[in-house]
Design a protein. Structure first.
Length: 119
């Protein structure tokens, strides 16, 4: 059962802020080369469920490998609070770093693992 709620979140210094609707019943850790270093926990949602409220001009983009995902981060504090990419069906999607959501305790969430290293 999807349990979609609306959350606010952003980077550490507060320049990047967003509002997003997502299901935190489906949260993923990943072992790919960047996630394993960052330690992010991800929830995926459509780009139409995501609204950047502040900080578009503060975002730097990091890409590597096939360059399909935009690993955005705040150029001031360095925190990557979300990434943009495409879902397998081609729709624009957003990966939310659940650790950056206000009032969410990531230790209470059930986390599944993505084998990103081998994708
Ligand atoms: Zn920041």
């Amino acid at each position: 059962m999807a349990d979609i709620k609306t959350y606010t979140g952003g980077c550490h210094c507060g320049r990047v802020r967003y509002e997003v609707s997502a299901d935190l019943g489906k949260v993923f850790g990943c072992n790919c080369s960047i996630c394993i270093k960052r330690g992010a926990l991800w929830a995926f949602t459509g780009s139409d469920q995501f609204e950047l409220k502040a900080g578009a001009e503060e975002l730097s983009d990091y890409q590597f490998n096939k360059k399909v995902i935009h690993h955005l981060f705040c150029r001031n504090c360095g925190v990557g609070s979300f990434s943009r990419g495409q879902a397998p069906d081609g729709r624009e999607s957003v990966a939310i770093n659940v650790r950056c959501l206000d009032g969410v305790d990531p230790n209470t969430l059930q986390v599944a693992q993505i084998d990103g290293k081998n994708l």
